[in-house]
Design a protein. Structure first.
Length: 276
């Protein structure tokens, strides 16, 4: 292979994907180089690439919902969910590192932290979990702050979903009305087939991110116990506070109702009673 990698040669796999540039992006900091640091970098760079693709699909979902094209929105959400299933599994690869191996380079990471992942925060904001305090932590990073501010001020998937339901005749002005709208959809799945699938995909998206957070907490505790995070946080203590975060709390609240079945001439029907 020459130094003029790719050069003016016809398009190839390596040239198209910029493999030569890609495999040079993993720069270790430990001296001597820790064996496990490369794995740590590759995993996190892979996460960022997947976040980029998820954001691409989330932006598509926002457009489809705004246009009322529920089938297309559901299709893009399936793509999001497929990737998120990989993200949940991928975190366990980090557990192949021995704790002593991670400690060989961990101090070199200060004050960097996964908390600073711009794209993960974009995913949260665009899904519906917006936090101005988190936004302000990025003020020192001009590009990240600009991107996150745009996401913070733009309608989220949650906003687009409730707007869609309103255009379809549902009352969604209050939390109780939103829960009631979801109960109506859940109890009449054939009548609202596309909306039923849409809300089901949204709650699965929420569930998978929650699963990722939970597995992340366990992985960090397994590797580091209760040590403070490299970014100055309480480490596992902080991560545990994020486990209750929800993008679509009304979808979960609707499922907190008890569902009773009764059989009539036309088959099974549903009757909901509220648990308060």
């Amino acid at each position: 292979m020459t130094q003029n990698y790719g050069g003016n040669a016809p398009l190839s796999y390596n040239k198209y994907l910029k493999v030569h540039e890609l495999i040079k992006l993993q720069e270790t900091l430990s001296e001597p180089t820790s064996h496990d640091e490369l794995l740590f970098i590759v995993i996190h760079q892979t996460y960022e690439l997947w976040f980029k693709q998820i954001l691409h699909e989330v932006d598509a979902v926002l457009g489809w919902l705004d246009e009322g094209r529920i089938f297309r929105a559901n299709h893009s959400l399936r793509g999001v969910i497929s990737i998120e299933k990989i993200l949940v599994k991928q975190i366990h690869i980090l557990e192949s590192m021995a704790p002593i191996g991670f400690l060989e380079f961990r101090d070199r990471l200060n004050p960097a932290s996964g908390f600073q992942s711009m794209q993960f925060r974009e995913l949260e904001f665009s899904s519906g979990a917006k936090d101005e305090k988190i936004l302000e932590t990025f003020r020192h990073d001009e590009m990240a702050y600009e991107r996150l501010t745009k996401r913070f001020n733009a309608p989220s998937v949650a906003d687009a979903f409730w707007s869609l339901l309103e255009r379809n005749g549902f009352a969604v002005a209050t939390d109780e009305e939103r829960v009631a709208a979801i109960v109506e959809i859940l109890t009449h799945p054939e009548k609202y087939a596309e909306l039923y699938l849409l809300q089901d995909l949204l709650i699965e998206h929420d569930e998978l991110i929650a699963s990722w957070r939970y597995d992340h907490v366990l992985m960090v505790e397994r590797m580091l116990g209760m040590k403070r995070g490299t970014g100055g946080s309480d480490g596992v203590g902080y991560l545990r506070t994020t486990l209750s975060k929800k993008f679509f709390p009304e979808l979960w609240e609707a499922r907190s109702s008890s569902m009773r079945f009764r059989r009539g001439r036309s088959g099974l029907s549903f009757r909901w009673s509220w648990i308060r």
